[in-house]
Design a protein around this ligand. Sequence first.
Ligand SMILES: [Mn+2]
Length: 327
Amino acid sequence: MGDQVTGALQAAAEAIRNADRLALACHVGPDGDALGSMLGLGLAARNAGKEVVASFGTPFDVAPPLRFLPGLDLLVPPADFPEEPAVMVVFDCSSADRLGELGANAGKAGTLVVVDHHVSPDDFGHVALIDSTSASTGELVHALLGELGWPIDAGIAECLLTAIITDTGRFQYQATKPETLRIAARLMEAGAVPSKITQNVYEKTPFGYLKAAGAALERATLHPEEGVVATVLHEDDLEANGIDWGDTDNLIDLIRLAEEADVAVLAKVFRDGRIKLSMRSRGATDVGGLARALGGGGHRLAAGATLTGETPEEVIQKVVSMVEDYR
Ligand SMILES: [Mn+2]
């Protein structure tokens, strides 16, 4: 951790320690890192005697694989979130637009603390605990709890280990560092059980997901010249198989197995015409830069964007024609 991050860690801990009430939020469509980080800090704050609420923007729905997480009782619908919170902490999110409707609450917060490992061009938050060298926001929350001197019980450890496991792809991604594993070991010692987390997140799925994934795989196209594999998943596929978008979070990991491709693209087509692109890179292509050019965001290796007014085939063709510029 650099000096700047250490300073931010102290400032964040002070703001949180001095608050009687804490309003916590994370990015819309929360993944394991966003939700695990937020609930981990929320549980520790509640143990420390703080009044805590946590939320995220619409759709207010926890993805089924994350419903085992401790601390879900801290969640309130975004409409019940304090309008002008004295102290608000946001997780895994460093721009207001990623907060959905809670961006307005963040704008009115007395003190806004940002805890994230994504670098954002936005000047967001009064205290920015942002460390792009961290593999997950969960690791930063672990450091923050250390700075606060707040104990990590088994439930908090489970939340934080879920954050780390999901954002490192089970310790497989390049961002995983020796310190990531040391923190994971400490969380295990505090009572977190990795096999419980991975069984919930990765080892079970509704049968309907297999059928929807089958339809998406059947439609997959390979663009060998450009090194792109792409496919489309329609909202109708979900309905036909009785599943939700939240059940399909791991589909991109299936698509990106194609060894001929550096870039994998999944176009999720919503009935209202929006197309949500998920993109992954093996390393040669900066999909974060590509996503930003399409109005989205993300990292070099994982990014996304939402487009309207085009067919999914047109959107995929656009990505295929753009990849060369991001190598
Ligand atoms: Mn994250």
